[in-house]
Design a protein around this ligand. Structure first.
Ligand code: ADP
Length: 161
């Protein structure tokens, strides 16, 4: 069986940090399913459909057989099992990510010991980049072209004026 990982997240919006993780994840996994986690309780700037569309445009440079974009509204481990993935790929930036990711990984392992959480350190270039900082900078009119894929930059400008 080909090794497949799901890469779940909010992706509100996707950044070059996210794409860097996909690119590096493909060194380890045959296939990566980038999956928008639908959380009706979390306020987002972009709708699920918009985030899927932005992700699809953003990953179009990767081989289509190896990167898929999807969404799910269930426990992450249930979605991983449904898709036959043995790994959940997550990125680690500053140490602030660690505590949260550690907790999540422990709960997920408790719920489903067959699925492994795999962490990759963020590339130094994208270490400080998050969807929130990008949105905040863009809302104040900053040029974020070198932080996000072109499609995201365009949509952010449209959304935020
Ligand atoms: P979530 O709400 O699940 O944290 P995000 O879209 O913020 O969703 O992040 C999804 C995953 O991508 C997380 O594992 C996060 O740590 C990782 N990630 C976010 N930004 C970066 C980045 N700049 N470099 C590497 N990984 C990142």
């Amino acid at each position: 069986m080909a090794d497949c990982a799901i890469y779940p997240g909010s992706f509100d919006p996707p950044t070059l940090g996210h794409l860097s993780l996909v690119e590096r994840g493909l060194v380890v996994f045959d296939k990566i399913i980038v999956a928008v986690a639908v959380n009706p309780h979390k306020a987002t700037l972009f709708t699920v459909e918009e985030r899927i569309e932005l992700l699809k445009e953003s990953v179009s440079g990767f081989p289509t057989a190896r990167v898929e974009v999807d969404s799910f509204q269930s426990l992450t481990v249930d979605y991983a099992r449904l898709r036959g993935a043995r790994a959940i790929l997550r990125g680690l930036r500053a140490t602030a990510d660690f505590e949260y990711e550690f907790q999540l990984a422990m709960v997920n392992r408790h719920l489903c010991p067959d699925v492994q959480s795999v962490f990759m350190m963020a590339d130094y270039q994208w270490f400080y980049i998050s969807s929130s900082t990008v949105k905040e900078a863009a809302s104040f009119g900053a040029n974020i072209d070198d932080l996000v894929p072109p499609a995201v930059s365009k949509r952010l400008r449209q959304k935020l004026g």
